[in-house]
Design a protein around this ligand. Structure first.
Ligand code: HEC
Length: 164
């Protein structure tokens, strides 16, 4: 199967789940990052779910690792490079395996990508209060070094030890 058709299959499966109503909209309180929340619902929820819980064996949950990433410089780079370049290859998230392809969102501007990541880090993953919000400058710095999705996975290995 080509990589492209695999991506389409994910989108189709995600759409089917949404249509079936199994990815419920969150009834959480108003998000701290409202612009980021809007961009998340428009661009990310189809795969990761409206509340970021993911879709089993298709797209991982975004409810814990993003907070951990945001606490270190290399982790913050990882978040930025994931949305800019996508992510491809086998990964383990909260003990479960995923092996699909996340597309690139480099068509979104730096401020929007920072906002969507802040929604993920703070509203979905509940990062600790002393975590600094991501900035458009951090996104721009990463945009200057385009990678492919497999290289983004390689960088991730230094942050999430195998089997974690
Ligand atoms: C077409 C489906 C799809 C869309 C849309 C999508 N993702 Fe993903 N995302 C994935 C998949 C699949 C993975 C895991 C890739 C793998 O298996 O290597 C992933 C991985 C991630 C990760 C890495 C998690 C980790 O533990 O390292 C983050 C962060 C993320 N996505 C955020 C987002 C954000 C933010 C958006 C919207 C701007 C988005 N995703 C849109 C499918 C998608």
């Amino acid at each position: 199967m080509s990589r492209g058709s695999r991506g389409r299959r994910i989108a189709l499966a995600a759409g089917a789940l949404l249509a079936a109503g199994s990815v419920a909209a969150t009834d959480a309180p108003a998000p701290a990052y409202a612009e980021g929340a809007k961009a998340f619902q428009a661009n990310c929820a189809v795969c990761h779910g409206a509340a970021g819980a993911g879709i089993p064996s298709l797209a991982p949950p975004l409810l814990s690792y993003p907070a951990r990433y945001a606490a270190s410089a290399e982790g913050r780079r990882q978040l930025a490079m994931t949305v800019l370049n996508g992510l491809y290859g086998e990964i383990t998230v909260e003990g479960k395996h995923y092996d699909f392809r996340m597309p690139s969102f480099s068509t979104l501007d730096d401020a929007t990508l920072a906002a969507v990541l802040n929604f993920v880090v703070f509203d979905l993953a509940h990062a600790a209060g002393d975590t600094k919000p991501l900035t458009g400058e951090e996104i721009a710095a990463e945009r200057a070094h385009p990678l492919d999705g497999a290289a983004v996975r390689e960088h991730r290995k230094s942050l999430v030890p195998a089997g974690d």
